[in-house]
Write a protein that binds this ligand. Structure first.
Ligand code: ADP
Ligand code: ZN
Length: 218
């Protein structure tokens, strides 16, 4: 199974990628996580990437394509992969095509999760992440832990540096100008499946499973 998930910031790409990955035993690649871990190394490149992330801009295409290309070459992606957050620009999609052509593979499906812009802003301004286990909570939701600690491991929840309103708005703008053109790119290739999400995780997942079945991918 070789899938791409596209969608704006906070659309829920990562959540769906993790669920699919668990159910089908296919590894996912989350470019945002990849860059955050390079940032944590604190090297020259990490600091540069950290600046780009905190400004809500995109990491340059050449760096991104190379990083994903190196990762996709690993044996663990032999059975397939789920790309979460890549490609985000047309040049990245061309880069992915070239990478896949070089290993004699193609994509099965591109899942596009559409969410209303203001819903995405609301989700991201409330998003709190457990630094220990990665579980995601939302300050705007009922049942948010009063002590601000992760329900699973008790560690204090943190907001991501780029989840402040100004940066969120910039990420949304970047999404509309750079990533939305990918919908046409992939629909022209007969690969696009769009789901308009109202934010119910299970419903989005069921729709994706339906699309995979309808195309004989699973
Ligand atoms: P979100 O989808 O909520 O914006 P991600 O964790 O996917 O969050 O990405 C965080 C940041 O990482 C992006 O704002 C961008 O700076 C960088 N990034 C992630 N994927 C890419 C990509 N494919 N190309 C360029 N930059 C990327
Ligand atoms: Zn936790």
């Amino acid at each position: 199974m070789r899938l791409v998930i596209i969608g704006g910031p906070g659309a829920g790409k990562g959540t769906q990628a993790a669920m699919l990955s668990r159910e089908f035993g296919i590894k996912s690649i989350t470019t945002g996580d990849m860059f955050r871990s390079i940032q944590k190394r604190g090297c020259e490149e990490g600091m540069e990437i950290g600046r780009i992330l905190s400004e809500g801009k995109l990491v340059p295409d050449d760096i991104t394509i190379k990083a994903v290309g190196n990762e996709l070459g690993l044996a663990k992606y032999g059975p397939g992969f789920i790309l979460d957050g890549f490609p985000r620009t047309v040049p990245q999609a061309d880069g992915l095509d070239a990478i896949l052509a070089s290993i004699g593979r193609g994509l099965d499906l591109v899942i596009d999760i559409e969410v209303d812009d203001e819903d995405m802003v609301r989700r991201l301004t409330g998003r709190m992440v457990c630094p220990e286990c990665g579980l995601i909570f939302n300050r705007h939701n009922e049942g948010y832990p009063g002590d601000g600690a992760c329900g699973a491991c008790g560690v204090g929840l943190e907001a991501r540096d780029d989840d402040n309103e100004e940066t969120i708005r910039r990420r949304l703008k970047t999404y509309h100008t750079s990533t939305v053109p990918l919908k046409e790119y992939y629909s022209d290739r007969g690969l696009l499946h769009t789901y308009v999400s109202e934010g119910i995780i299970e419903r989005t997942y069921a729709n994706i499973i339906g699309a995979l079945k309808a195309r004989g991918i699973i």
